[in-house]
Design a protein around this ligand. Structure first.
Ligand SMILES: C[S@@+](CC[C@H](N)C(=O)[O-])C[C@H]1O[C@@H](n2cnc3c(N)ncnc32)[C@H](O)[C@@H]1O
Length: 282
């Protein structure tokens, strides 16, 4: 068996993966610019695979072969899956779509490995998942701004929200949100390409795991969309915290809860913050 390693600009990877139907990938490294991945082939399929890859790279105008290596025979379909483990963020457990949760203490959320943000690994997502059960009530309506994979929308539905709308400006995210809702058998979630300014109705709960630069443009619009609670995340370091607190005050809102989590344990100063907000008049 051979392991062939390639790299591609991340924005083109999904198109590539769809075009090269029928092969399994192991994603070795992925950031917003570049995705490095391996394809495992039997030797008698090698030439056909390389031709197919080169053809797609030519169409895309990008892509590079990095390495070819013989590897001992083993089941590659299971091998790449070994790298992707369930993540526990109580009360949830986030699983790749092929895993089945046998327990009964946690609420399973299945997320397909794709391109959109929201695998459950990031501190900003995890803080919203932790806050949600405390503030959502059965029967609430929920708007998830910047839904990505739909992870927070699905979590809301699993906690009993009667209707959930996930919005994102990224078309890929909307497609992945739909696939993940289907994987989780959640029929009361709508995944729609939209920005907060496009939304005309109000929701009991609004979730927004965005970035400070997006909050600068959208915060005022977002604040018009909630009735009970607005949960925001994606605020990085004390300087951004100070800036968002100013925006919160100017918008006549108050902080009722707050969480923080370092980016990783080695960098205790790189802290992410999440806030639960209410209207001042409540
Ligand atoms: C940090 S990700 C959050 C994904 C997911 N909700 C989570 O918590 O893991 C932010 C998402 O917001 C989307 N986004 C950026 N600007 C937006 C806007 N103005 N309106 C709606 N979505 C936006 C991005 O495309 C991205 O999918």
């Amino acid at each position: 068996m051979k392991k062939i390693t390639y790299k591609l600009p991340t924005e083109l990877f999904e198109i590539f993966a769809v075009e090269l139907n029928g092969y399994g990938f192991e994603i070795l490294e992925r950031n917003e610019n570049e995705t490095t991945f391996a394809i495992y082939v039997e030797e008698d399929e090698e030439e056909a695979l390389k031709d197919a890859v080169n053809e797609i790279f030519k169409d895309l105008g990008a892509g590079e072969l990095l390495e070819e290596k013989f590897i001992p025979e083993e089941n590659w379909t299971d091998k790449w899956k070994e790298n992707i483990k369930p993540i526990e963020v109580p009360p949830f457990i986030i699983l790749p779509e092929w895993e089945i949760y046998e327990g009964d203490k946690l609420i399973p959320i299945k997320i397909r490995i794709g391109m959109a943000f929201g695998t459950g690994l990031h501190a900003t997502t995890q803080m919203v998942l932790k806050l949600l059960p405390k503030y959502i009530s059965k029967g609430d309506t929920v708007l998830d701004v910047g839904t990505g994979t739909g992870i927070l929308a699905i979590a809301s539905a699993k906690l009993g929200a009667k209707r959930v709308k996930g919005i994102d400006i990224d078309e890929t995210a909307i497609e992945e949100c739909k696939v993940n809702c289907w994987e989780n058998e959640e029929k009361n979630i709508e995944c729609v390409k939209a920005s907060p300014k496009d939304i005309k109705e109000k929701f009991d709960i609004v979730l927004a795991n965005l970035e400070m630069k997006i909050f600068r443009e959208t915060f005022k619009d977002i604040t018009k969309l909630f009735k009970k609670y607005l949960i925001i995340s994606g605020i990085f370091k004390p300087t951004e915290k100070e800036e968002i607190l100013k925006l919160i005050k100017e918008s006549n809102l108050k902080v009722v809860d707050e969480l923080s989590k370092p980016e990783d344990e080695d960098k205790p100063k790189d802290i992410w913050f999440a806030f639960v907000l209410k209207h001042n008049y409540d």
